[in-house]
Design a protein around this ligand. Structure first.
Ligand SMILES: [Zn+2]
Length: 205
């Protein structure tokens, strides 16, 4: 599939955003549990000066449709375990995999490998219905995104996965717990702030 290089900037490997998605072990959680996936190719409209998140497009290699990236916003951005569902041709738009996810999937293959086909067809029906049901989903914009909420959720998840196991296993002081809460809060808020600056900003990248 060829793209108009004058109109679109093409994000694919080895773009730093995609490399980060592959290498950061924490994102295995987003992929395997939440089902958030990143397509192999994202197009950024160079001609628009809207915030970055509003000028992202995802091409479907099966039917050549160039979808608006916000099609997979909100609830549609989750549970995409098998890839991004194309509502036009009902095929799956290929995505990249996080390395940690791949290792975990390989190790647990004997557990889920048997059910892959029935799971995939069930999932495909679920996604089809999801697209049919809320056809006119409110488009997601930088304005209606709560970056603070995003940061706080990130910080909470970080606390649950990194600090909570240690706290539950005991042998920690209350000072340790407070420090951990503060670290996660700061990390979460900086994450939200960085996302706001990066995908919410107006200037071209
Ligand atoms: Zn398609």
């Amino acid at each position: 599939m060829d793209f108009d290089k004058n109109k679109y900037k093409i994000w694919k490997l080895p773009h730093p955003m995609l490399l980060h998605w592959i290498l950061n072990p924490g994102l295995a959680f987003n992929e395997l549990i939440l089902g958030q996936r990143i397509p192999k190719i994202t197009l950024i409209d160079k001609t628009s000066d809207a915030p970055l998140m509003e000028r992202q497009y995802v091409p479907c290699p099966h039917c050549n449709t160039i979808h608006n990236g916000s099609l997979w916003a909100k609830q549609r951005g989750f549970k995409n375990w098998f890839g991004l569902f194309c509502p036009n041709c009902e095929n799956i738009i290929p995505c990249i995999w996080n390395l940690t996810s791949l290792v975990l999937l390989a190790v647990t293959f004997p557990l889920w490998g048997w059910f892959r086909r029935p799971l995939k067809s069930k999932w495909r029906n679920f996604k089809k219905n999801q697209f049919l049901k809320n056809k006119d989903l409110e488009p997601i914009t930088a304005k209606n995104t709560s970056w603070l909420k995003m940061g706080l959720i990130y910080g909470t998840l970080m606390f649950c996965f990194m600090s909570l196991p240690k706290i539950i296993s005991g042998d920690v002081t209350s000072k340790y717990i407070v420090t951990q809460i503060l670290i996660c809060l700061v990390a979460g808020l900086s994450f939200g702030g960085a996302m706001k600056l990066f995908i919410g900003r107006r200037k071209n990248v």
